[in-house]
Design a protein around this ligand. Structure first.
Ligand SMILES: [Zn+2]
Length: 375
């Protein structure tokens, strides 16, 4: 019965972040709570959105001591790490803990990792470190960019241990360069208030987004028809690949197509941008027939991509409408982060070699899913 305290806290922080698209998008972000005796950790399971975590589902219980010794094992590598994560699950759950479980294990009792638009504007801006220091009036713990999963977890651990040696305790808040934010502390209320404090700092520094930033007006009829034809043509053309297409509903992304050049240049800022649209936006005109568009594309099409239809809006193409929802939320966040930065500084996109690393990781995951007949 005592365990329900931890589950309650996990649900509280998951629902807090999961209900706000400016805090997490799609299946991004993660939350965890450790037992007071440091034996167990409850953490959101892979494949769930934070908003889907409830008393009964969406999380796994892990053996905290085995995770901590895994993190501190000298001979740890990618393979050991994923094997160790799977083995750490207590009970007969078939769910998997997220690849980011490693850093949750070595941080304080309650951890809420989000990708807040207002904080990522600092994390994806040149000299974001100085900007946030200026507005918060305190020194911040930054973790340099590392690919998500094993390498990021090791780097968070390294930075936090260094901090702890100097200060006698782990840091309460951490900014992950080109990735996101981690709030940690002793209670759910503490991490919720820290997250809010940093979001407010972003609002003070960058100014608030336009009140229509999250408005869903729905796409114009012409774009809906164009997306429908594109979906049909892709399905006919590539029978062995699952393709669906949908026009955006967000007015921000409909308006963004007025400046197609900006959209074409809007490369990935964070790893999820690479995972969900390979970091590329492809141009099209409404007068292009979908057949002609497909046949004149140089090179193969990826499994997920975004088309900017000049003057009309954005169309998402992916393996399911569920994936498209996630792509849309991620891309909206990307554009909003760019909007915030544009008034105060210059954008720091993900470097090309880091994009390549994630693309390779993603391909590997896809191959594994194929082998398991999961897609
Ligand atoms: Zn993350």
């Amino acid at each position: 019965m005592k365990e329900s305290v931890e589950i309650k806290e996990l649900v509280k922080i998951s629902q807090y972040a999961g209900s706000d698209i400016l805090l997490v998008q799609g299946g991004g972000g993660n939350a965890s709570v450790k037992s007071r005796d440091k034996r167990k950790m409850w953490i959101k399971a892979s494949g769930f959105r934070l908003s889907e975590v409830t008393d009964e589902k969406g999380y796994v219980v892990t053996d905290l001591r085995s995770l901590v010794s895994l993190m501190h094992s000298k001979k740890m590598n990618h393979k050991e790490f994923s094997g160790g994560l799977k083995l750490s699950v207590i009970g007969d759950s078939t769910l998997r803990p997220s690849m980011e479980t490693g850093f949750h294990a070595v941080l304080p009792r309650v951890v809420l990792h989000t990708n807040p638009v207002y904080v990522n504007a600092f994390a994806c801006m040149e000299d974001g470190e100085l900007a946030i220091m200026e507005v918060m009036n305190q020194e911040m713990v930054w973790v340099k960019y590392k690919p998500p999963g094993f390498e990021l977890s090791v780097e968070v651990d390294r930075v936090c241990r260094g901090y702890s040696e100097l200060n006698g305790h782990l840091p309460p808040d951490i900014i992950l360069r080109n990735h996101g934010f981690i709030a940690c502390g002793d209670s759910a209320d503490k991490v919720i208030s820290s997250t809010g404090k940093f979001v407010d700092a972003g609002k003070r520094f960058f100014g608030e987004l336009h009140s229509d930033a999250l408005l869903c007006t729905g796409p114009p009829d012409k774009l809906v028809k164009w997306a429908g034809e594109m979906e049909k043509s892709l399905q006919e053309h590539f029978k062995q690949i699952s393709y669906f297409a949908r026009a955006t509903k967000y007015s921000t992304l409909l308006d963004a197509a007025l400046d197609v050049e900006m959209l074409l240049e809007s490369g990935p800022l964070v790893p999820d941008d690479v995972v969900y649209y390979s970091g590329k936006v492809l141009p099209a005109e409404i007068s292009n027939s979908s057949e002609k568009w497909i046949s004149t594309r140089p090179g193969p099409l990826p499994g997920r991509f975004i088309i900017a239809v000049e003057g009309y809006g954005v169309v998402f193409v992916g393996p399911s409408y569920k994936t498209i929802d996630t792509m849309e939320e991620n891309f909206l966040a990307n554009i909003l982060v760019r909007t915030l930065i544009s008034g105060r500084g210059s954008i720091r996109s993900l470097p090309p070699d880091e994009i390549e690393t994630i693309l390779n990781m993603d391909a590997e995951k896809y191959r594994q899913a194929l082998a398991a007949k999961d897609v």
